[in-house]
Ligand binder design. Structure first.
Ligand code: SDX
Length: 397
């Protein structure tokens, strides 16, 4: 099951190895899951353009595609959907554990803890068993939304709402969150958001997932690692900060002055820029369209005009550096209109990205070599230990 990836070249650090901060541009694995053409703003999952999947697929069908490599047959999809539906509930032990979390804690910390706790319930040493892998994929895709919704209710002092078997995946999440069956258009648009966020090659959280997977630990620990990484404001956490930024700007007329002040103070504009894209993130364009669809039906969010004004102004001052809106710039406006609280935007990102993390987990197991990069040592040369009484009385003496 675990062939090790052959060493492409001598893996001993070569003299004069060039330091590559953030591993920028350094290929550390081979993958057939997702491809990004950053110069032309193209993104494909297993060869299918994201625009086609976001228009025609469902999140569960796209998850199946990412994890097992092909679109499912009608029978395969029906079985997968049924399995996920049957595994949505989480043990009372997990819910009781969440009741001990501080209500003021961030939902991403609650999710990371509860995702890791799932590993306590399922044997961890069976990762060479295809059935165990299938079951773990189903459990994580099924239970992550339930745990996100549960903490939302628990922190308000309410009992979690149990999943409804008669509702499809996305409708059920919105129902568990709001105790109301969502409008079919809202559920469909939310499902399309999940498709857009499901996978993005070796982003930071997926790299975390692969590094953790390479030690052959259990998939629950893999997902917990990735959740912790996604939480950062430079990664998945940006979608929360974008709304705060738009509210701080307040009106379209103030976008230019905000931008000038941020640039002169070398402050990053949240929701802009990307390591891969040199043009507007294709997901941002699709999410902008979904926002407009929601506004047409349910009324406009006044922050949308601020966002458009900021994008327009930024194009003149940041466009030349290849800095354009990324996936996080418009997603928050969609989630806000769907009634999702701001600090749940990143947990929603995690609900979706667990499909990509699991696809990379499986792929890593198929051709594994534990990640252990080298470093360039810049510390002090070797020195001899001294008893405390023989040491200088002040640091640096
Ligand atoms: C996600 O990797 C993925 O695929 C991630 C993701 C996914 O699907 O998994 O796409 C999801 O994480 C999207 C990104 C969300 N984060 C943000 O929106 C936070 C703001 N963006 C930046 O922090 C930044 O653009 C990053 C982190 C996204 C990318 O950073 P890089 O590639 O390391 O670029 P850098 O920080 O080295 O910046 C290069 C230059 C710098 O200027 P100079 O010092 O060279 O003059 O570009 C500037 C930066 O100051 N720059 C920005 C900027 N992003 C980069 N300037 C202003 N605003 C920004 N947002």
């Amino acid at each position: 099951m675990f062939q090790t990836q052959k060493t492409i070249e001598n893996h001993r650090p070569q003299p004069g190895n060039q330091l590559r901060p953030g591993l920028e541009g350094v290929p550390v694995t081979q993958s057939s899951i997702c491809d990004i053409d950053g110069n032309h703003g193209k993104l494909t999952y297993r060869g299918y353009p994201i625009s086609e999947l976001a228009a025609h697929s469902s999140f569960l069908e796209t998850s199946y595609l990412l994890i097992w490599g092909n679109l499912p047959t009608a029978e395969e999809l029906k079985v997968f959907e049924k399995e996920v539906q049957m595994h949505r509930r989480v043990s009372f032990r997990v819910r009781d554990m969440m009741k001990c979390f501080p209500a003021t804690g961030h939902p991403m910390d609650a999710l990371q803890s509860s995702a890791a706790s799932l590993g306590l319930f399922y044997s961890r040493r069976a990762i060479d068993n295809p059935q165990y892998i299938y079951d773990a994929v189903v459990r994580l895709i099924a239970k992550i939304p339930t745990m996100v919704a549960a903490f939302q209710l628990i922190r308000k002092g309410q009992d979690p709402i149990q999943p409804r078997d008669d509702l499809a995946y996305s409708a059920n999440f919105l129902y568990m969150l709001t105790d109301r069956e969502p409008d079919p258009l809202a559920a469909r648009i939310f499902d399309r958001c999940l498709i857009l966020h499901a996978e993005h090659s070796l982003n930071a959280s997926t790299f975390s997932a692969r590094v953790t997977a390479s030690t052959l630990t259990d998939p629950y620990a893999v997902v917990a690692s990735a959740v912790g990484t996604l939480a950062g404001p430079l990664h998945g956490g940006a979608n929360e900060d974008v709304i705060a930024m738009l509210e701080e700007i307040g009106s379209p007329e103030k976008a230019r002055s905000y931008l000038d002040e941020a640039i002169s103070n070398k402050r990053k504009i949240m929701g802009f820029g990307h390591r891969e894209y040199r043009v507007k993130d294709p997901r941002a364009s699709i999410l902008q369209g979904l926002a407009e669809e929601l506004f047409a039906r349910f009324g406009k969010d006044e922050m949308y005009d601020v966002a458009k004004a900021l994008e327009e102004e930024a194009a003149t001052s940041l466009g030349s550096k290849g800095i354009y809106p990324n996936v996080d710039f418009y997603s928050g406006l969609v989630y806000r209109k769907l009634g999702i609280p701001r600090d749940l935007f990143t947990p929603v990102f995690a609900i979706s990205r667990v499909a990509g993390w699991l696809a990379h987990w499986r792929e890593q197991l198929g051709a594994n070599r534990i990640f252990r990069p080298s470093q360039i040592y810049t510390g002090v040369p070797s020195r001899t230990w001294k008893a405390v009484e023989d040491r200088p009385t002040s640091i640096g003496a």
